[in-house]
Write a protein that binds this ligand. Structure first.
Ligand SMILES: Nc1ncnc2c1ncn2[C@@H]1O[C@H](COP(=O)(O)OP(=O)(O)O)[C@@H](O)[C@H]1O
Ligand SMILES: [Mg+2]
Length: 484
């Protein structure tokens, strides 16, 4: 693709009438860049050196170089739409050409300006639509692509980037988690997923469900945090008519609704002791007792629970039932925070770039290496969710057909631009460790101040110091604003 919003159209013809029509149709339109050559050979060299979005090939003249050209293009640029133009007397040849080259469209001479305009517009739309379609399909239907589950082929998926359902990763740590998750998927055991917020716990739970024997049965998701005890119990275990004030109708409850399937319980650390007892009965006996009911029902559900608090510590402090913890912990999966698996950052960034560019229909070519470097330095307290939001934002402000560069970064990440320049030129040698550390500290404080034009409030905030703390350091190191 060309590196701006114009599309490049390469036409191969020796017919001066056709040339004229093409020029009239496309030359003045700033959306297109038209390049006309007269032989198949010229066309090939043009394709090698330029990004071309569409090929228009006249089947008349210059012998069978055309079929060579089109056959080559079909292999080298499979997604490039090919339009064949033929005169009445060469229809037979052109027909064969169109088939051999899997042409998108076949026009017969004499062609008129509006016909060319429309054909070109539609062909380019097709390319864009199929590009978006590929992204969407990849997101929704990865499980269809059984290749992806073949361990031997895993590394061959676009340069070390792997997928488990919608989970994208490149790090050995995630590969380890995914391999355990795949094993968990083949069993009926409960699964406990631990990880900071935004690390992909819910995505992993879904991947496990959709790779288990229960995939054709429902998966229900319930967040157990920030919801009151009665509502939560009614939601999951159901209730009789009138058992809950204000709710007249009877409710089945998610556990029974998901019979044969899976229930994902997010933020399991937040549930009360009463709830824990009820959940334990479900796990041990498959029993479900609706709120306000004396009757006991049975449900065959698999539980996948997630927590961002360490449950084992809560058990040790007596805040979570030990027996329930052991039950839930049939399989224990821990997703490391993003900052502990930096290899995933660029893989995820590229994935989200394609996703959001597709969503808003913008052509974004990629990230500059500076941006990728900054992203891989950031600590991402909000983990993958934060990275996803950041990329979504950057795609929204990027220019059509351009790269995402440092000026598209959010102010928070932009700060890290300068962090990069610090270690360079920092040749601190000789002296004790304490002296070298102080020297380094002095330079960091100084460069932070310089960055904020010596606004001490802002610099202190950046450095995580109080105003007084910063003033002390300035004094101690004898720092002063340098005249420019
Ligand atoms: N490995 C991953 N690949 C692709 N998207 C991911 C990955 N991990 C997280 N995400 C995305 O990040 C966001 C947060 O993930 P989520 O599963 O809700 O995290 P958690 O449940 O741990 O808070 C979601 O939009 C999810 O699609
Ligand atoms: Mg979540």
């Amino acid at each position: 693709m060309s590196n701006d919003s114009t599309s490049t159209i390469l036409a191969v013809t020796q017919d001066s009438d056709l040339r004229m029509v093409l020029e009239r149709a496309l030359k003045r339109d700033r959306a297109y860049r038209l390049s006309i050559v007269s032989t198949g050979r010229e066309a090939l060299s043009r394709l090698e050196s330029h990004d071309v979005d569409l090929v228009i090939c006249d089947s008349d003249g210059a012998g069978d170089q055309k079929s060579v050209l089109l056959a080559k293009v079909r292999l080298s640029h499979p997604r490039l739409p090919r339009v064949i133009v033929a005169s009445q007397r060469s229809l037979g040849e052109a027909d064969k050409l169109a088939r051999d080259s899997a042409a998108y469209l076949f026009l017969t001479k004499p062609v008129v300006v509006s016909q060319v305009k429309l054909a070109v517009k539609r062909a380019l739309e097709l390319t864009e639509l199929s590009r978006r379609h590929r992204i969407v399909t990849r997101e929704l239907h990865l499980s269809v692509d059984d290749d992806l589950f073949d361990e031997n082929r895993r590394l061959s998926v676009s340069g070390g980037i792997s997928k488990f359902e919608r989970l994208v990763y490149a790090s050995p740590k995630m590969a380890d988690v995914v391999s355990k998750a795949k094993t968990a998927a083949t069993t009926e055991m409960p699964v406990l997923i631990t990880g900071e917020t935004g690390t992909g716990k819910e995505l992993l739970a879904k991947a496990i469900h959709f790779n288990s024997d229960r995939a054709d049965s429902p998966l229900h998701i319930q967040n157990c945090g920030g919801i009151d005890e009665t509502t939560l119990r009614a939601e999951l275990f159901g209730h009789l008519a009138g058992a809950i004030p204000g709710i007249a109708a009877e409710r089945l409850g998610l556990f029974r609704a998901a019979d044969g399937g899976t229930v994902f319980l997010d933020e399991i650390s937040e549930v009360s002791m009463t709830f824990q007892a009820a959940l334990l009965r479900l796990l041990q006996e498959g029993e479900v007792k609706p709120v306000g009911s004396d009757e006991v029902y049975h449900a065959d559900v698999r539980i996948i629970a997630a927590t961002n608090k360490p449950l084992d510590e809560m058990v040790a402090r007596g805040e979570f039932r030990k027996d329930l913890y052991y039950r839930l912990n049939g399989f224990s999966l821990t997703i490391p925070p993003l900052r502990e698996r930096r290899e995933d950052v660029s893989a995820l960034a590229e994935f989200f770039l394609e996703k959001y560019a597709g969503v808003i229909g913008r052509r974004v070519l990629g990230f500059t290496s500076e941006v990728l470097a900054i992203l891989s330095r950031h600590r991402f307290p909000g983990n993958v969710r934060e990275l996803e939001n950041e990329v979504q934002r950057m795609v929204a402000v990027a220019e059509q057909g351009g790269y995402i560069s440092e000026r598209h970064l959010s102010p928070e990440l932009e700060k890290l631009r300068f962090a990069e320049t610090l270690p360079q030129g920092l040749e601190i040698t000789g002296g004790t460790l304490k002296e070298m550390v102080e020297e380094m500290e002095a330079r960091i404080v100084e460069s932070t101040l310089a960055r904020h034009q010596w606004n001490q409030t802002q610099a202190a905030q950046d450095l995580g110091l109080s105003r007084v703390g910063l003033a002390n350091k300035i004094k101690r190191y004898g720092l002063a604003e340098k005249a420019l």
